[in-house]
Ligand binder design. Sequence first.
Ligand SMILES: [Ca+2]
Ligand SMILES: [Ca+2]
Length: 382
Amino acid sequence: MRKAVLPLFQAIALIACCFGIVRQAHAQTPLITASDGGFENATSTLAANGWTGVDATSITWFTGTAAGAATGTKSAFVGSSNTVYTGSTVSVIKHFYRDIVIPAGATSVFLNYKLKMPIVDCCTFDFFRVYTNTTAQTPVSGTLPAGTQRAVYNTPALANFTAQPHIDLTSLAGTTVRLVFTYQTDAASPFANPAVDDITLTYIPAAGCTNTSLFPGASFAAPAPGAGAYTIATNQFQSEYNSMTGAVAGHTFSSTGSIAGTYITVRSGTFNGTLVAAGTTPLNWTATAGGAYFIHYNTNSSCGTASTKHDQYDHEHICCCATRGELFQCPESGSTYQPLQRNDRGVYGGHLDLPHGRSGPDLLHQRAEWIAADHRRKHQQL
Ligand SMILES: [Ca+2]
Ligand SMILES: [Ca+2]
């Protein structure tokens, strides 16, 4: 018999809209192609490599061969054109950026790049900076980005492209990050001249979990677009899965659990089938094909479970005897427990009635010599 549980846990599937964002699982998946991150496109512009430049007025960011390369023949560099690599003699703040979707549940999300800066203006004058903005924070020429600074470089001079410490962006999984690379100078010599190459952003996809206990026991039909939130269960364990049928290819769902941090895994076809998506509630995912989907709930990405506590009871009658001072757990229904040797006075019966909804194992640390549970009726939510 499946136990009911407190706190009540709601599992909800909601049709949201109809676009696909799901990626499949492979180790060390790149989110920027080597060509884009290495500025190797045949056309030497930021745009041709998938980046957006802010303020094309020199001195600003260009791409091409002028600053050399860590890999290939090209890089991004500050200059007066895509063939002239030079620092700014006036005070500027110039950026280039791109937006990247980091899949929900992604782990080890690392940004790496190689920096060259043969001229520096130590220590509070000229800088190379890396920011992460939200997509609502558009970089502006002359102003530092509004997001979070992840790295700053000022000194010592880097004569060649040099790998910089990786930046951990795992906390941004499930969001769209705007990577911003910024050049900032004063108007005085020396005139720092950063160049960047081999920008990579990689992650390890969520592995997902596979529970083996189906609850509720019956499948439910995928809610229709616009139907609003569908409550699957109000007493779901974080060790179970649901069975949803009739999903329409291309429909996007938002699966949620009412306990913060609940880790949700969606599989297709069978309960242990192909991983569709995994991540912390709320998890947005897309039915890439029509059919059945299986939604698993766990306490964390390590597939932790929670299902043994907080049993809920309507009523409980316990034969209780002479007391003699020992703390013990309430026995299971039908079992007996003898914390101390029974004394000669023997049993004198009695009932201890627990109020509705009280948690037996947590409350029944009674003092008694001998105890036997004679009836325990569990309160089932469904
Ligand atoms: Ca390159
Ligand atoms: Ca300077």
